[in-house]
Design a protein around this ligand. Structure first.
Ligand SMILES: [Zn+2]
Length: 158
């Protein structure tokens, strides 16, 4: 994913979250999202965006509030590492894709499908002692081509 693609995806996710939670759009958040999208590393810390944050005149409280919001909106994951002192690291959650696929058990053909209602159910489900990150869902069955071949085969038998 390029930084522009990541920014577009993150902005779309933020937009959805903001709308669902009846919040206001702020320019600072969008600017911060752009700064983060431009970092060319899989994991970053607040320190990595410090210079750009100051340049963009984003205050520290705004930075932390926005990062919390991005984590809630599942744009970022927060990783906590303790190496002498506890420091927070962030990782893009958007890169880890949820996948929903159908697989034909006869020919092995696979295809993606999307189901927003199903996605919502899985995302909002609470798990005991577990915080979900992403998921894969497979639906097994027979594809159209194999189904047609099967029907033909059965008809030829008659
Ligand atoms: Zn098939």
């Amino acid at each position: 994913m390029t930084s522009a693609e990541r920014y577009d995806k993150a902005l779309a996710a933020l937009d959805t979250y903001i709308r669902e939670h009846k919040m206001r759009h702020t320019l600072e958040r969008e600017r911060l999202l752009k700064i983060i999208a431009d970092i060319n590393a899989p994991i970053f810390t607040v320190h990595d965006i410090e210079a750009k944050r100051k340049e963009a005149h984003i205050s520290l409280p705004t930075l932390y509030n926005s990062l919390n919001l991005f984590v809630s909106a599942r744009i970022l994951y927060r990783l906590e590492r303790t190496q002498g002192v506890t420091s927070e690291q962030y990782k893009w959650a958007l890169d880890a894709k949820n996948s929903m696929r159908v697989i034909c058990t006869r020919c092995g053909r696979e295809a993606n499908f999307t189901d927003p209602a199903l996605l919502r159910i899985i995302r909002e489900r609470k798990y005991a002692n577990f915080i979900p990150a992403h998921f894969s869902l497979y639906v097994y069955g027979t594809c159209k081509t194999c189904r047609r071949l099967l029907i033909q085969k059965n008809e030829n038998k008659r």
